[in-house]
Structure formats: C-alpha cells, structure tokens
Design a protein around this ligand. Structure first.
Ligand SMILES: [Zn+2]
Length: 325
C-alpha cells in the first residue's frame, strides 16, 4: 500500500469519507476513501501500489471474451449488445458525423463494432489481453493491448476519444489527459462516463453502493471535481448528462440493494469468483422475483427523476479540444 497526494491539487491534507470492502474478488480487504481538504477530490488512500493492483484485477475479467461468446449472443446490461451500444452512441453520433474514435479501455469491443458498422473509423486500447484479443480476432477490430500511456498513436488523429467507466480506474488521470489532448484533432471531443459520487443512490446505499468498486475505482468524481480536472487539462466544457439505467439494467440500485441485503444475511452470498457458471434461476421461482420486479419498475422510475435532478447514478461529460480552433 502507498499514500497518495491529491491528483488534482497536490495537497496531502484530507479527511475520511467512508470505508468499504473489496466486494468483487473476495480478498476481504477494506479500503478508505478520503476527500481533499483543499479541492474536494475524493480518492482511495492509502491505495494498493501498482504492483499490487493485479490482485484486484484477476486476469479473466471479461466473461464474453473468456467464453468466446458469438456476436449474436452477446448481451450487455440485460439487452442485445446493439441496444446497449446504440444508447451509448447517442451521445457520440451527433459530435462528428462518420468520424474517427479511440475508445480507451474498450473491453471486448462491442461498442466499437457498433460504430464501425455505421461507418466510423474505430480504434481501441485495452489492458486486458483476453478482451483485446477477442476484439481483434473475433470481432475484427483494431484494438491494441495496453493503456493510453503505453501505446503510441499519431497526434491529432481522432475526432472523439472516449472513456466509458474507465476514467475512475486510471492511476494517472492527469497524465492520461495530456495524452488525449495530443491525440485529438482541433475541435475534437473527449467523452467521459463515470459513476456519480453525488448521486442519490450513493447517499442511500453508502458503503454498499456498487459504484464504489474499491479499490479498482481509485477516484470518485462529482460533476464539479470531474469538470475541474478536465478543464485544467485544457478542455472546454460542452455538456453533462446523468443516467441511472442502461438498456434493461438499473444496476446501481439493484446491485447496491443486493450488497446491502447480503450484509445483513437476507440475500444468498455471491458464488466464488472462479466457480463455473451455474444455470440461471428463473426470477419468478422465489421471493427474489419480487425484487426483480421492483428493479424493472420502481428503480427505473426513481432513476428518471434522479437524472432530471442531476443526481443520477452515472454521468457522461462531453468536453472539447479548442486548442488550434
Ligand atoms: Zn486536492
């Protein structure tokens, strides 16, 4: 473990916000979030050293890639991949006609596949070799294995650079933003989607909020702290939109509720991470069917209201590279 300074302002003065455990990989380790006393950025401190992070990112982290899922069978957020990808693309399509995009942390690449079929020039970079190889070999995409800081692209070559639930994982977000600025054309757009630390569900579920994902999410952003970091890197603010459900999933509410119910013994424990996939239990076969009904109805309704009030589960910020315009 190592102590971190505030990435935004360099201050070492902070105060504790909350403590939560690693829920994904069963390490049993507990981590603390602190808030910078000077600028308000929330981050994990102390945090695992870079060499320790592999413990919290087991290598086979991408089910579809690991299982070699066929394109027609791929499901994202409870819906066919093209439905989920169309929702995400709705933010990007108006920005640049049939432009060029670099998706950073593109995973198995289904979003890029969607844009490529609309005529976009698509490129991706992904640190997970299993997912990157699947994107290249099964989906036929130009995806390189690595991070933005370990991969070289031609300067001023993209209309859009996107980070979809990736930016909060970055150990060096400011250095990454400097690289993005080089790679974007003049007038190009940066699109960043992250969990919203100011969301009503984060305040409701506390340390059981799924958006915490400690310690993989090294930073927790609000619209104010994210905008400040992106503006300080030289980008001009365009818009921010909030979203509490994607495709058929209200994950931030339903998974957080499951975490909290598990903590008090009212929901079965999660299966071991490396257990073979069990056949799905029909949702209507026990009382959990009631929970699933609420997920589909009540949570979506609450989420719509929260999004309109700018306290939705996730936020997508669009910024522009105005240098050279
Ligand atoms: Zn600070």
């Amino acid at each position: 473990m190592e102590n971190a300074r505030c990435e935004q302002c360099g201050s070492e003065v902070n105060f504790p916000v909350l403590t939560a455990k690693d829920r994904d990989w069963g390490s049993g380790d507990t981590f603390s979030l602190v808030k910078c006393s000077r600028c308000g950025l929330v981050y994990v401190n102390p945090r695992p050293a870079e060499t320790e992070m592999g413990k919290y990112y087991p290598p086979e982290n991408w089910g579809r890639a690991k299982n070699g899922t066929a394109e027609q069978d791929a499901v994202i957020n409870g819906a066919h991949w093209s439905v989920s990808s169309a929702e995400r693309a709705a933010v990007i399509l108006p920005l640049a006609g049939k432009g060029s995009i670099l998706d950073v942390g593109c995973g198995d690449g289904f979003f890029l596949l969607y844009l490529s079929r609309l005529g976009w020039d698509c490129h991706g970079v992904e640190p997970g070799e299993t997912a990157a190889a699947y994107a290249r070999e099964t989906l036929g995409l130009d995806v390189r294995t690595g991070t933005l800081l370990t991969t070289r692209y031609e300067e001023a070559s993209f209309d859009v650079v996107s980070f979809h639930h990736v930016f909060e994982h970055l150990r060096e977000p400011k250095a990454t933003l400097r690289e993005v600025r080089k790679l974007l054309k003049a007038g190009g757009y940066l699109v960043v989607s992250v969990p919203n630390f100011d969301s009503v569900d984060r305040k409701l579920f506390g340390s059981g909020w799924v958006g915490l994902k400690l310690p993989q999410h090294l930073f927790q952003y609000t619209s104010a702290t994210l905008r400040r970091m992106l503006e300080d890197a030289g980008f001009a603010f365009c818009s921010v939109a909030y979203r509490s459900y994607e495709a058929k999933s209200t994950m931030y509410y339903s998974e957080s509720l499951r975490y909290c119910l598990r903590d008090i013994g009212l929901y079965p424990p999660a299966p071991p991470v490396n257990a073979p996939t069990a056949p799905p239990v029909p949702a209507s076969s026990d009382w959990r069917g009631v929970l699933h009904f609420f997920e589909r109805g009540l949570f979506k309704g609450i989420g719509c209201v929260a999004d309109a009030l700018h306290i939705g589960s996730t936020m997508t910020m669009v910024m522009r590279n105005v240098k050279g315009l």
